[in-house]
Structures are given as C-alpha cells and as structure tokens.
Design a protein around this ligand. Structure first.
Ligand code: ZN
Length: 338
C-alpha cells in the first residue's frame, strides 16, 4: 500500500510542476506519459486489483482526482503557452495527426503546351505570347477577313467594346509578329481563344491554340510538310503518319487540313477516329500574299507558311480524355491524375 501511496505522491508533484513547463513538446511528452494509453494512470488503474479491498475505494478516489487535476493542469498550460505565442487554440485537438502539405502541379494543358513548344523550340522557333484582347484589324482584317467576310459569321465573338474583342484564334499573333520583327520569321505563339460556343463535351467557349509562322525567301509547302510531320512524330510518336487535304482559310493560299493516323487503332478504325483511321488536328497553309502585304512584307520576294492548332484535342487524344470540360472545371480528382 505504502508503495502505491508513494506513486500518488510522485504523481502529485509532477502535476504541480506543469504550470512551470515552458515548451509545448515537453508538455506533450508529459501528457503522453501520464494520460496516454500505456501511461502512469492506466498502469495504476490496472494495479488496483492488488490493493487490499479496504483501501481500494480510497485509492481509486485519489487516483481519479489526480487524473482530473492532471488533465486540467495540462490543458491550462497548453492554452497559456498558445496565448504566449498568440495562437487561437480554443478548438485545437492536440491528439490529431498533423496536416500533410500537398505539393502543387502543372495543369495538364500547361504540360501539353510545354511539350508541343519543346518540339518547335528544337526546330529553332521563337516562342512569343500576345494579348487576349484584340482589335478587329489584328483579329480579322489583316488576316483578310473583312467586315462582310463569311468567316466572320462563323466565328461568333465576345465583343468588349467597339473594335475590342477577346481574340477568337491565335492568328492575330502572326500579324503582330510580322509588324514588329524583320524577316526571316520563325515563331510559335500559344494562347487562349474565346468564341460563343456552347460548353459541351466537344466544345468550350474558352480553348487554347498554338499558332506557328515561318517566313523567308524560298519557303515552300515542302517546309510546311517537313515541320509539321516532325511535330506530329515528336508529339504523338515516331510511327504516326500525317495526311494533308485541301481546305480553305482566308489567310492562306493554298490551305490544308492535317490529320494524323489514329494512335489508338493504328489506322484500322475505332470509336475515337469514327472508324476512319484518321484524326484531324490542325489547319495550315501558305501565307496569303495579301496578308504579307498587310504587314508590309514584300510578297514577291518572301513566302511563308502558317498553322494553328487547338491544344485540347491533341491532349485528349494523347491522354485518353473524353470530355473537353474537364480542362476547365478545376476538379482535383481529374487534375490530380496527371
Ligand atoms: Zn482509331
């Protein structure tokens, strides 16, 4: 019995020392030592069986009182220390595990753009960016899309004011670049585009494009084909094939639409490529002489090619994503996968 009384006396002196403890880790260690699952109070409670019956109730009572005093003294000291540090700990539970910091990561579109730009950087292209708000000259007119041009109807635009709109494609950067840099020109420009499109699995009113432009003496369609084929192999894989078909864009002549062999079925036909074996990914062509003249470049001396490509579609193909909205809804369950 006296041995157990000694233990209680020792416990009492530990509790009395609590208000003098100056740092939180000592306090936490003491809390664990006294009140933890294998702490002193638990052990003494187990030893109660060995105490003579007559003394047991009295010992139990004292033990309980001490336990309450210990809990109160520790709690008070935690608060005092927190007050000294200016923390609000009214609802703080010191037994909870700590918070693990979650590192940030790049958005899938950013990663895709970086990868595409890398392929063009390797081929010597200068990477530039332009404004999101454009005027009609750069967005339409210099690209041969005059006020009555049918192409302007097909691009329903977000106008902010008269002659001020959110750019509907990245092609205005061709014009800005030609106005500001001398020939020879070899540039790529990534950027957001904005159109009055519905927000569906295939369309988004905001999307991302990359524009490329190359101008010099003697640039031909062969250069366009070589640069684009190299990009397709670099981005989609070395065994990917390209298909060029005539198409119309007002700012190029001739214009073409470029498709890649379907990476999913290797050209045999599947759901992704609508059984055709091909997926259209971009529009391109030789820069129209009128566009060069609009930018005061001698179209008799210089020729060039340009192309513009949406980023979401290649990213969807590459990563097997079936809905364009995932890129813009900021759902961590989606974003965390890449
Ligand atoms: Zn396919």
């Amino acid at each position: 019995m006296s041995e157990n009384i000694d233990k209680l006396t020792e416990l009492e002196s530990r509790i009395t020392s609590v208000p003098g403890i100056e740092d939180r880790s000592t306090l936490e260690n003491l809390k664990k030592e006294l009140l933890g699952k294998t702490g002193t109070f638990q052990q003494l409670q187990k030893e109660m069986k060995s105490i003579p019956k007559d003394d047991r109730a009295d010992f139990g009572q004292k033990l309980n009182d001490l336990k309450n005093r210990a809990a109160e003294a520790l709690e008070n000291r935690f608060r005092e220390l927190a007050d000294l540090l200016g923390e609000d700990v009214s609802d703080l539970d010191y037994t909870l595990p700590g918070k693990k910091p979650v590192p940030g990561r790049l958005h899938l579109l950013t990663k895709t753009i970086d990868k595409i730009l890398g392929v063009f950087r390797d081929q010597g292209f200068h990477i530039v960016e332009g404004p999101d708000i454009e005027d009609e000259w750069h967005n339409f007119e210099a690209l041969r899309m005059t006020a009555d041009h049918p192409a302007r109807d097909t691009q329903d635009s977000f106008y902010l004011a008269k002659n001020r709109l959110l750019k509907t494609h990245t092609s205005p950067m061709q014009i800005r670049y030609m106005e500001n840099y001398p020939v020879p020109i070899q540039m790529v420009a990534p950027g957001y585009c904005f159109r009055r499109d519905p927000f569906t699995s295939r369309h988004s009113p905001t999307f991302t494009q990359i524009e490329a432009l190359m101008i010099d003496e003697g640039i031909t369609f062969a250069h366009l084909k070589a640069v684009l084929s190299e990009f397709v192999r670099g981005f989609f894989g070395r065994d990917t094939r390209t298909r060029f078909r005539p198409d119309y864009f007002p700012f190029v002549e001739p214009g073409c639409e470029i498709a890649i062999s379907c990476p999913f079925c290797k050209g045999n036909g599947c759901r992704v490529c609508s059984m055709s074996g091909w997926i259209e990914i971009l529009g391109a062509g030789m820069v129209h002489p009128g566009v060069l003249e609009n930018c005061k470049i001698d179209s008799k001396k210089y020729t060039g090619f340009a192309f513009g490509m949406g980023i979401e579609r290649p990213a969807m193909i590459r990563y097997g994503i079936d809905d364009i909205r995932h890129f813009y809804e900021n759902d961590f369950r989606f974003l965390g996968q890449f």
